[in-house]
Design a protein around this ligand. Structure first.
Ligand code: TRP
Length: 457
């Protein structure tokens, strides 16, 4: 392999201005609806404590090592995930077939963003609901009715979904570095501060301990094979790993910045936000007699109850949903960027055309999710509604498979020298722990969970 060729490879889209810029972009990608919308409802559906514990193990034992693998592959390849996997596959194994892994990632990004944008549309709608005082002094029934009439109106949710896609395409057209760093620098601390304020409220809600118990007391007898698979999918989803988003951001990382420290910081912040969201939501759920297993509507039906009862609640609620929309936005950008980079680098599209093509396709696909919460909510096949299927396929099948392939590539196919070169030229203890995890722990764990879920093991 020609080492100098690797060193000369440069990103075609510019680089982050600093390590902090990279951390901010990565945190912007990781923290989003996954933490505040998806984590709580999955924890609720899967019985709490045991699910949460397994999820935490997966985030740090599987997701984090895969994140390192993705970033190092991305920085070495410096291209979109398809070309990067092809280039490195040729360099390391003499095979261009690894590009399939990048291709799967691009497809997975389309699928995830198609429903992600619809849920982000709900958060946009909730900005208006909040500002108009719809939740002031509202009880569980009113709040539930607001949610049901929103998702039942496909025209309205379709319009919000459209607006969110327009916003996302807009940023992607402008280029990912500009603005993203600056935006995350404000949004992230503000979101965490607001969650802490809400935590103060939920502590006094009367059911705080019940909520804490639900989240942290493991009852392993209630842990099904499917719950374990859900935890795995969510570990990937929340860290944005398994489809090349992190790989694409790694491609824009300057040569001399340390990958492990950045990734660890992002995983820690991401986990804190999810746990914080859980600690806010479940006490409210129990204090109001809601069902923790009520599914994707959980956050939208619980948080407004708290806002409705606090002084200045309409303002706090509006601010909260604005911040949540921004957090979703910075995540959505990272879901689109791999596909956009792919069309720019391999098909010769300019950025606006690539973004319009990718965004337009995802926008159309999103209407199936819009319908599946509306008129088609009773239509069931395979795992349930359209949304249930696309969610299961992308998050519980494609992300784990993609992550598995990535970590096997980094751990087994890439030369020791290549990975050490990116992660830690001294190949110190941290590097050895990563390599061991990437070679044995992560692949075996992912494979076992997948086999367990299909009932083979
Ligand atoms: N991690 C984001 C969230 O939790 C969602 C996300 C962004 C994502 N990019 C991704 C999920 C790539 C999977 C793969 O909201």
């Amino acid at each position: 392999m020609n080492q100098s060729a690797v060193e000369r490879r440069r990103s075609l889209h510019g680089e982050w201005t600093s390590r902090l810029g990279f951390i901010l972009a990565l945190a912007g990608s990781a923290v989003g609806l996954g933490n505040i919308w998806r984590f709580p409802y999955l924890a609720g559906e899967n019985g709490g404590g045991a699910f949460v514990l397994v999820y935490l193990l997966f985030v740090f034992g599987i997701g984090l090592p895969i994140m390192l693998a993705e970033v190092l592959i991305g920085r070495r390849g410096r291209r979109n995930p398809v070309t990067t996997m092809q280039l490195l596959g040729e360099e390391e194994a003499g095979s261009s077939g690894w590009r399939v892994v990048g291709g799967l990632g691009v497809v997975t990004g389309f699928l995830i963003l198609s429903f992600y944008s619809v849920i982000a549309g709900w958060t946009l709608a909730y900005i208006i609901e909040s500002a108009s005082g719809a939740f002031t002094d509202a009880g569980a029934e009113t709040v539930g009715a607001v949610f049901n009439s929103l998702v039942g109106n496909e025209l309205v949710t379709g319009a919000w979904h459209t607006l969110f896609m327009v916003l996302t395409v807009g940023v992607v057209v402008l280029g990912v570095e500009q603005g993203l760093e600056r935006a995350v620098r404000i949004i992230m601390p503000a979101l965490i501060a607001l969650l802490l304020v809400l935590l103060g409220y939920s502590m006094t809600s009367g059911s705080f301990l019940e909520g804490v118990e639900f989240l942290f007391e493991p009852r392993f007898d209630e842990l099904s094979a499917n719950a374990i698979l859900d935890a795995l999918g969510q570990a990937f989803f929340t860290l944005s790993v398994g489809m090349g988003a992190v790989m694409t951001y790694g491609a824009y990382l300057p040569e001399n910045e340390s990958i492990p420290r950045s990734c660890f910081a992002v995983a820690a912040v991401d986990t804190s936000v999810a746990l914080l969201a859980g600690l806010v939501i479940f006490p409210i759920v129990f204090a109001n007699g809601l069902d923790p297993a009520s599914g994707p509507g959980l956050v939208f039906q619980s948080l407004p109850l708290a806002f409705g009862q606090m002084p200045g609640g309409a303002f706090v609620a509006t601010l909260f949903f604005v911040l949540l929309t921004f957090a979703a936005w910075t995540s959505a950008i990272s879901l689109m960027e791999p596909a956009v980079a792919y069309f720019m680098e391999t098909r010769g599209f300019d950025r606006p055309r690539a973004a319009l093509l990718v965004g337009g396709t995802i926008w159309l696909l999103g209407f199936l999710t819009v319908m599946s919460f509306g008129a088609w909510s009773e239509a069931r096949f395979w795992k349930g509604t359209w949304f249930d299927n696309i969610d299961f396929l992308s998050n519980n099948v494609f992300l784990p498979l993609g992550g598995l392939a990535i970590v096997v590539f980094a751990g087994w196919i890439m030369a020791h020298n290549s990975t050490a070169d990116e992660l830690d030229p001294q190949a110190g203890r941290g590097y050895r722990v990563w390599r061991w995890t990437a070679r044995y722990v992560a692949p075996v764990a992912v494979a076992l969970v997948l086999l367990n879920a299909v009932g083979i093991f």
